[in-house]
Design a protein around this ligand. Sequence first.
Ligand code: NAD
Length: 535
Amino acid sequence: PLMRSLLTRRVPLQVGRMCYSSSVPTTKLFIDGKFVESKSSEWLDIHNPATNEVIGRVPKATQEEMLAAVDSCSRAYHAWSDTSILTRQQVFLRYQQLIKDNIKELAKEITREQGKTLADAEGDVFRGLRESFQIIFRMAGMNTEKVVEHTCSITSLMLGETLPSITKDMDTYTYRLPIGVCAGITPFNFPAMIPLWMFPMGMVCGNTYLLKPSERVPSCAMMLAKLLQDAGAPDGTLNIIHGQHDAVNFICDHPAIKAISFVGSNQAGEYIYERGSKNGKRVQSNMGAKNHGVVMPDANKENTLNQLVGAAFGAAGQRCMALSTAILVGDARGWLPDLVERTKKLRVNAGDQPGADLGPLISPQAKGRVHQLIQSGVDEGATLLLDGRNVKVKGYENGNFVGPTIISNVTSEMKCYKEEIFGPVLVVLEADDLDEAIKIINKNPYGNGTAIFTTNGAVARKYTNEVDVGQIGVNVPIPVPLPMFSFTGSRASFRGDTNFYGKQGIQFYTQIKTVTSQWKAEDATLKSPAVTMPT
Ligand code: NAD
């Protein structure tokens, strides 16, 4: 019902100069509290990755529509930033419940557009819920177990600071305040979680928000907007536009937008960071990755191999924290045959089919690129232990499926090692000892995530100290931090100086106002102008 309320109208489409009647639903814009049909003449097809059938169309919003959206954010800002934190928090308390109530429908839509399995799609929504809402819960000191644990630190993040009597009769104090209209640009791989990293945090701090979801998976964001409206967010506090480069440029250039959150590829993220920063905006860019899992010979073998397989191939490898590179250290090199055997058991199928472990890739282009990268490994002398290129999925012959693939004997000079593959491909390197493994990782430009598998605390400690990566798991394959911390990818995986969510998320979406006040007693009144700097 939620999705139907957004997408049932089927309108005649004009694409280029061709005008024809479309039988697929169109994605609306969300402007000033209304879901409106775009007047654009440029539309993009949305495909179901399991079949490649066109399931919808998304507009490239016109300049007028984008201006209307940002104007709506600007108009709503004054009242929203003036609304008490408790009222804003109430909106999000209702919102988190509505998301939970609709999690199945959201997941279904994610699977239809993005391809991931239904269970994984629910995880997508759930992580977004957690990462954005626990903060809001804890800000209010809500009385649940998890909330209470962190209430103190979160409420202190929203508090200003005070220092009385910094000199005679003078006090200084600070307020943490919103910054204005903020914008988010999101990728295709987490249609719920990543938008939910952005607008709830930005909005609860008192900002209004302009979102541009991935043009490949726009429907989930529309459903999230509808639920937010149902939760009582006033018109104009969230606006959604669609499109590609023009929409991105619009966001980077419009003077009313004060901050941009971006998640996606390095090509786009570097560009947005540079263009947005040049225009005086705060920008945070979470980008690509090459995450290494180091397997020490003393690790718990059963556990390690299962974790490695899950983290390499889950979501068909289309996670920025996928453990896409294994480094087998010393005698752990002998574990390769077991790794392959376990991997062979994974089932490739359409995401909505029972028992599917991994679904299709997002597009035929993505599939072609992954095939090429696998071939490049073969051409450069690596060993293809498991080849997923010829996988056939019964009933879904046109889907973008690639089966789990393992390439061993990979060196750090090979293309399949240097490039982010973003598919179900595990490349395996070997190292004689921990020092060699650390050297390999620190030479790689990316710094998103890594994991070490070991039963030796001293080894784990050395690793966490010496490896130059933002998020480290010790016997935890995908160490995405919960919301009391921040998502701290580093080096080429991140641009900016304030990370997503957690304390740093609050900092990104707020600014500090510092007040110094003096209240002198009547008899201490200055008798003449003070022309020197006070000391
Ligand atoms: P993408 O960069 O192609 O798209 C992301 C957004 O940028 C989209 O909204 C798109 O419209 C826009 N865009 C695309 N190309 C652009 C360009 N040249 N100029 C301006 N805007 C552009 O990314 P994707 O393929 O949707 O997502 C996959 C990538 O995202 C991977 O590299 C993955 O590692 C990364 N990612 C990173 C994180 C993280 O937290 N570090 C999380 C998820 C995904």
